[in-house]
Design a protein around this ligand. Structure first.
Ligand code: ZN
Ligand code: ZN
Length: 511
């Protein structure tokens, strides 16, 4: 699924560096070049800097999506691309008035050490480095541990209404609307929290740095139990991206950010496009790899580094001393064929080394993809995990997925797992279903797996098959699954009660 802040593993070389011959001159000023980014394109230091900055500005300018005064959350993984992005924003804010970037940035860093094999000491060391860089940058920042997914409210999985459609026309009105939305969202996001730990901490310091308390040992254990239960590395990588995205969305909403910027380079996006295809996400490629990703409704993800190659990022960071933090990724020690993600990355980078136009060809394809029109924002038609509009036509049994979907919604649910499932929805007073224990509704206790599965897109369904039990999942996912199931059950009840003579089934895409 798609994702915020993923530029891990970007140290992979993109083929041998081109030789710089003595006769070559800077393509812009004919001065002494210091690097060659493509065959023939030599740049001196200053011209490369101008070229690099221009690309970043052009990407933002071309798309005209970010308004003056808008709060933008920079998803920083510590890796080279997102570090370079943070530096581009820093650079843009220090420009003179004409060229100055006019949005209001903040930075979010997600500490994923627990699932990437870091010891508590390693994590503390990484966090110290992270904070030092954040203090140098000077933007408001939010450091959150991945463990905090266990405190997320179910509302994070609801697609909130996007900004008013007039946003492009009336610039001033759009900015005003944004400010209004900011206040509404800030309050709603926190109020709905089933556990106030994250929201409160952050709300108390809305404009400065926030670091919710270090995760408890129990939370770390729960997170490790979750990832240990997943059978394949491919599914682990997908789960990590999903949880990271939900967490970043929550931070964005509780702090009034209406855009999230990620540091995906064009190399990364080309790899991602091929990976998404292999994972059965063909219907969502435009959201997974395009400049903007509106699947979450009120918070839009943008990818301003998508014109920069990893090689350019590496050169820029070295020439201009952009600091980054090395952290192991979930697949750092894994062999090349351990996951679809690893395999696709190795394949693409190797192909690129032999055929230098590989990445750009794939990347150009991603630019041409169109997003299918969205019909409203009804929560029930979005995949519970990746939040994409469900590409499901339950009547369409011609496809394997259609058949699978209609079977799930019409037939008896599959046999429950052998061990007695614990009941996250019914424990700790979190269950919202009236009469759940009396069995009056579609009791989650009886078959949580079917309720979750029927709310997933094809790709997330495949991923979840590698998870033998849903018990270790964070409560917000299970609670939201139950809420949605209850809602569609209620709708069904009402339909039957009304005894309407409907020839077609009611729109129950989520059931
Ligand atoms: Zn030059
Ligand atoms: Zn999905």
């Amino acid at each position: 699924m798609c994702q915020v802040g993923e530029d891990y593993g970007e140290s992979a070389p993109e083929g041998p560096p081109p030789r710089l011959s003595l006769e070559q001159k800077c393509v812009k000023c004919k001065g002494l070049p210091v690097l060659v980014i493509r065959a023939g394109d030599a740049f001196c230091r200053d011209c490369f800097k101008a070229f690099y900055i221009h690309k970043f500005r052009a990407m933002l300018g071309k798309n005209r999506l970010i308004f003056p005064g808008e709060k933008v959350l920079l998803a920083w993984s510590g890796g080279p691309s997102s570090s370079s992005m943070v530096w581009q924003v820093l650079e843009g804010l220090s420009q003179d008035s004409a060229k100055r970037l006019r949005f209001v940035p903040g930075v979010v860093y997600v500490d994923e050490g627990a699932v990437c094999g870091q010891s508590p000491e390693d994590r503390a060391h990484t966090l110290a480095e992270v904070k030092q860089i954040l203090q140098t940058v000077g933007f408001p920042w939010h450091v959150v541990a991945l463990e905090e997914v266990f405190c997320l409210p179910p509302s994070v999985l609801r697609c909130s209404a996007p900004k008013p459609a007039g946003a492009q026309g009336v610039y001033k009105a759009a900015v005003d609307g944004f400010l209004q939305q900011w206040h509404t969202l800030g309050a709603a996001g926190v109020g709905d929290s089933s556990s106030p730990a994250l929201g409160e901490q952050q709300l108390s310091q809305p404009r400065t740095q926030s670091r919710a308390g270090a995760p408890t040992a129990a939370q770390t254990e729960a997170l490790c139990r979750l990832f240990d239960s997943v059978r394949t590395l491919t599914a682990k990588e997908e789960l990590l991206q999903t949880l990271r995205t939900h967490l970043i969305m929550h931070v964005a909403r509780t702090h009034g950010y209406s855009k999230v910027m990620t540091g995906d380079s064009c190399t990364r996006l080309a790899i991602k496009l091929m990976t998404s295809l292999a994972l059965g996400r063909g219907a969502f490629l435009a959201w997974d790899t395009g400049f903007s990703d509106e699947r979450h409704g009120d918070v839009v993800v943008v990818r301003p580094m998508r014109d920069h190659t990893l090689k350019e990022v590496a050169f820029y960071n070295r020439l201009f001393a952009v600091p980054s933090v090395f952290t192991p990724a979930i697949d750092t020690k894994a062999p090349e064929k351990a996951s679809i993600h690893r395999l696709m990355e190795a394949f693409m980078l190797r192909l690129q080394a032999q055929f230098p136009s590989t990445i750009s060809t794939v990347y150009r394809t991603s630019e041409k993809l169109l997003k299918a029109p969205r019909d409203g924002c009804a929560p029930s038609v979005h995949c519970l995990l990746c939040m994409c509009t469900l590409d499901v036509d339950t009547a369409d049994s011609a496809t394997a997925f259609g058949a699978q979907t209609s079977r799930l919604s019409q037939m008896e649910p599959p046999a429950p797992p052998a061990e007695e499932p614990t009941t996250p929805c019914c424990s700790g007073g979190m269950c919202r279903t009236q009469g759940c224990s009396q069995g009056a509704g579609p009791c989650f206790r009886e078959d949580p797996t079917a309720h979750v599965m029927e709310q997933l897109c094809y790709s997330c369904r495949v991923t979840m098959k590698d998870m033998p039990s849903l018990d270790p999942l964070p409560p917000y996912i299970l609670v939201e699954a139950q809420t949605r199931s209850q809602r569609s059950f209620d709708m069904q009840e009402i339909q039957e009660y009304l005894l309407e003579d409907s020839d077609g089934e009611p729109d129950m895409s989520g059931s």
